[in-house]
Structures are given as structure tokens and as C-alpha cells.
Design a protein around this ligand. Structure first.
Ligand SMILES: Nc1ncnc2c1ncn2[C@@H]1O[C@H](COP(=O)(O)OP(=O)(O)OP(=O)(O)O)[C@@H](O)[C@H]1O
Length: 490
């Protein structure tokens, strides 16, 4: 059996067969995805808004985790970016999960819609045939001396240290990032390995480091996702320009690779990364890497790479706390210029606990809505506008959980939730638990009754109205019940 060449191995590693076969149909994929996204946007914002702002969008290339959308004027681009940027990213991500970002650009003459352009392979399968991700020899010859420019980080200007809200879960990672931005390549901080769950600010911190370092203009920074790193490497092999690619990478002062977990199972790309990594660190350059797990938990990465990654500074970003979510929402709401009542911010921070991206997306939608219709944001409008998001985030609280928490809080025995005891010290918490079961679960009254010692549904009804009445009269009691609800929901 013939042994595959390095190039063949890499191409196979990077692109599953199906993906390779699909390369020719790539532009069709983008057009199809866009038509669904456009239809969705239209239904969300309405015909008039859609025609005014979004109709003229033309989808451009996909490069790594980023899709470019083109608009005819700078004004339109800025407006769409501000009002719909996040929503478009979310929808693209839902259509094509590899897409994490939307880049909005002003069309240049000659930019063509995807269907009109031939796709030429995985990287240049970018429908608009944008500049190749890696300089080919001829291009490098045309532009001598700027070998690093292709790697210049496309940093998101919104992701700076100033806009990053610091709280307990991320203060360590933030401090490390700041330190690297102030003094790259200092002992103990090279590489800087940032890890944490989805949407918790790893990319934000990396861009912030890049922005800070590039501000002075003396330092060259290359930032890319691990996925893009792999595709660029493959493209370099295809165009026989691996030497240029390696030179480019090894000439930067700071190399930042996002979402390293993508390299799991991609042995050849890992190997290339490992060599680049060593060459840079040995030359006193800074490496910043992010991943969803710590180096030791990234099983599937070669041992020597894991060891190397773990020998600088490893900083994790923990899941957000309620306080951090509130601070982030407050900052983002203030920056938007739209007044969002504290009650609404609290509501969002309780409901959307998964990640900051989703939290931000929900707030942006509220703000866009308020701007479009000129109506103030209220709790009611929030529930209406975010109906679908909130539904998806409704936590499935069980009646057993409610009973346990309420019993603990009021210091009664769990068995008293089902017992026949009628003393107020027991009956009142039981009523609260019934009330919360009605509020927080989709169980019917008879079902709830059964879970409380086979009580009748009228008993549950009575409990619900009694608790509602008491909450109206007694603020301390209302606060207690609210606290329970929060605890169960978070
Ligand atoms: N502490 C924070 N302060 C302000 N914004 C934040 C914070 N944390 C996250 N965000 C925002 O949340 C969004 C998602 O963050 P980011 O893309 O950095 O997450 P990530 O950890 O890289 O996620 P992924 O694992 O998907 O790559 C961004 O818009 C970012 O600005």
C-alpha cells in the first residue's frame, strides 16, 4: 500500500472526506445558510427593519471560525455591527457550528456573492477568493518585507481590558493577562495558558492582550484559532509555501492560539505547532494559548506538548457568579445608552447562567428592540422579547428538589412535606413548597398534590393563593420566598 505523503496526511487530517468532497459545494452551503439566517432575521426584526438594514448584506468568505458579511456602505456596516452583530454571530453559529464570529466589512468593487465564485479548496474555498491566508511565494515576492502582515491579528476592538469586567471567577486570569500585556515573555508567564468553559472570556482576554501590545506598534502579534492555524498550515502545504508559513510564524513577537482543544487528534498539526512553540519560546517570544480544559486534562494532546503548555502560567476562568453576571450586564447596559431597570438585569442574571456570550446576546436583543421601537425596557417586555431564549434556559427544577431546599431553609424534616402535621411551623413551609412547585415546574395541581402526601389539588390551589396573599402583605416573607426561588433557579 502506498504511504501517504506528508501533504496527503495533513489534508486528510484536516479535512474529513466528506468535507473535501463538499469543498466545491462550499459556496452553496454559505448561500443556503445565509438564506435561512436572513429569513430568521426578517421574522425577528420585521419587514421594514429588515429591508432598511439587512437586505443588502452579501455573505463573503469563511476563514477559520469567521464569516465575513459585506455591506455597501460604512454607515450600514456600523449600524448592522452595533445592532445585529451578535445576533448574526449566534445564528451563523447555529447554522455552521465552526463559525464563532461575524466580520462585517464594506464591499469593495469586485466583491461577488458566493454563488458566483469558484471555490478552490479548503482555505481558498472562501467564496470571495480573498487574499490567501498564507502568502504564496509570488505574493510574498510582490510584498517583500511584510511577511508578518498576513498574521496580523484581526482583533475585535470591543475586546479590551477596559471592557472586561473582573470578578472572583476571572480575577486571576485577568491579572495574568494584564501582566503578559505589560511585560511579555517574563519568566513564569510563558506560555500563558488560559482555560475555562465556553463563552467565559478567554478570547476577550487574548484580544485585550493583543490590543494592548500592538498599541505601541513595536510588537508584532499573531492571533488565530487553532482551527485557522491548521487550515493555514494545510494551505501552505498545498501551495508549497510551508517555509514561508513557518518563517512568518517564527518571526512574530507574540503568538496567540485560541481554542487549542481543536488540535486534539490532529497529530501532524500538533507537531507543527509544537515546533513553532519551541522555536518561539527559545527565541524569547511570548505564547498565549486558550483551551476549554487545563493542559493536564487535554487528553489527546501529545504528552510533550501538554508538558510544555503547562510549564508557564496556567490560569482558569471559572463559571460566572450571579454578582459577576450583574456587573457585566450593568456595564454593557450603561455602554449601550439604553436604560435597563435593575430588576430586568437581575432577572437576566438569574435566568441565563450558562455563559457570558448568551447573556450578552439576550441583553443586546433587548437593547435593539428598545431602540427600534422606542419603548422602555420592562420586565414584561423582556419576557416577551426573549421568550425563546428564556424558554431554552428554563431550568428543570424537580418537586423533590424544591421540597428539600424549602425543608432545609425552614428547618423542618423532609418527611413533613408529605406528613399530615398541621402545625403552622410545618404547614407554612409545605405551602411555600407547593407554591414554588406550581411556579417553577410544569406539573399540574393534582400531580403536585400527589407528591405532597397524596393531597387533593384543591389543597395545592389553596396553598398557592395563601402564599401569594402573604407575600403581598409581608415583605420579609416575600423576600424569603424569592430567595428560595433564586436558589432553585440558579
Ligand atoms: N468578564 C467579562 N466582561 C465583559 N465581557 C465578557 C466577560 N467575559 C466574557 N465576556 C463577553 O462574552 C462574550 C464571549 O466571550 P469570549 O468569546 O471571550 O469567550 P470564550 O471563553 O473565548 O469562549 P469560547 O470557548 O466559545 O471560545 C464576548 O462578547 C465577551 O466580550
Amino acid at each position: 500500500m502506498p504511504v501517504p505523503t506528508q501533504s496527503e496526511r495533513l489534508l486528510n487530517e484536516g479535512l474529513p472526506d466528506a468535507e473535501q468532497a463538499a469543498a466545491g459545494a462550499f459556496s452553496g452551503l454559505i448561500t443556503d445558510a445565509w438564506s435561512r439566517i436572513a429569513a430568521r432575521m426578517k421574522s425577528e426584526v420585521g419587514d421594514v427593519e429588515y429591508r432598511t438594514w439587512l437586505q443588502q448584506i452579501v455573505p463573503g468568505p469563511i476563514d477559520g471560525d469567521e464569516v465575513t458579511l459585506l455591506l455597501p456602505t460604512r454607515f450600514l456596516r456600523d449600524w448592522v455591527r452595533g445592532q445585529y452583530g451578535d445576533r448574526l454571530s449566534t445564528l451563523w453559529n447555529q447554522e455552521i457550528p465552526a463559525i464563532r464570529r461575524v466580520e462585517l466589512q464594506v464591499m469593495r468593487p469586485g466583491d461577488m456573492p458566493p454563488a458566483a465564485v469558484d471555490s478552490g479548496g479548503p482555505i481558498s474555498a472562501t467564496p470571495m477568493a480573498a487574499a490567501p491566508a498564507v502568502s504564496t511565494p509570488s505574493r510574498a515576492a510582490e510584498r517583500p518585507g511584510d511577511a508578518r502582515s498576513d498574521l496580523a491579528a484581526p482583533l475585535d476592538p470591543r475586546f479590551t481590558f477596559d471592557t472586561f469586567i473582573v470578578g472572583k471567577p476571572n480575577e486571576f486570569a485577568y491579572a495574568c493577562a494584564r501582566r503578559v500585556a505589560e511585560k511579555p515573555s517574563s519568566a513564569g508567564f510563558n506560555p500563558l495558558f488560559l482555560y475555562g468553559g465556553v463563552g467565559l472570556g478567554k478570547t476577550h482576554l487574548m484580544h485585550a492582550i493583543g490590543a494592548e501590545l500592538m498599541r505601541e506598534g513595536r510588537i508584532s502579534v499573531a492571533y488565530m484559532s487553532a482551527e485557522k492555524f491548521m487550515y493555514r498550515f494545510i494551505a501552505a502545504i498545498r501551495s508549497q509555501s510551508t517555509v514561508e508559513f513557518k518563517d512568518q510564524l517564527r518571526s512574530v513577537d507574540v503568538l496567540m492560539i485560541d481554542d487549542l482543544q481543536f488540535l486534539i487528534g490532529k497529530d501532524n498539526t500538533q507537531e507543527e505547532f509544537f515546533h513553532t512553540f519551541n522555536a518561539l519560546v527559545d527565541a524569547g517570544r511570548q505564547i498565549v494559548v486558550s483551551a476549554d480544559k487545563s493542559p493536564s486534562d487535554l487528553s489527546g494532546l501529545e504528552d510533550r506538548l501538554r508538558t510544555r503548555l503547562g510549564c508557564g502560567m496556567v490560569a482558569d476562568i471559572h463559571a460566572t457568579t450571579f454578582e459577576l453576571r450583574i456587573s457585566i450586564l450593568e456595564a454593557k447596559a450603561a455602554a449601550s445608552g439604553v436604560t435597563v431597570p435593575a430588576k430586568v438585569l437581575e432577572f437576566l442574571a438569574h435566568k441565563i447562567t450558562t455563559n457570558v456570550r448568551e447573556l450578552e446576546g439576550a441583553l443586546n436583543r433587548l437593547i435593539a428592540h428598545a431602540n427600534l421601537f422606542g419603548r422602555p425596557v420592562t420586565l414584561e417586555s423582556t419576557q416577551e422579547v426573549l421568550h425563546d431564549i428564556l424558554k431554552a434556559h428554563d431550568r428543570r427544577v424537580t418537586i423533590e428538589e424544591i421540597q428539600r431546599k424549602v425543608a432545609e431553609h425552614w428547618n423542618i424534616r423532609l418527611t413533613d412535606m408529605s406528613s399530615a402535621r398541621r402545625a403552622r411551623a410545618v404547614a407554612r413551609p409545605r405551602q411555600v413548597a407547593m407554591y414554588l412547585a406550581k411556579q417553577l415546574t410544569s406539573r399540574s395541581l393534582p400531580e403536585i398534590g400527589r407528591k405532597f402526601g397524596n393531597r387533593d389539588h384543591t389543597t395545592v390551589m389553596h396553598a398557592v393563593s395563601r402564599v401569594t396573599e402573604l407575600m403581598e402583605r409581608d415583605t420579609a416573607f416575600a423576600e424569603d420566598v424569592e430567595l428560595m426561588r433564586r436558589m432553585l433557579e440558579s
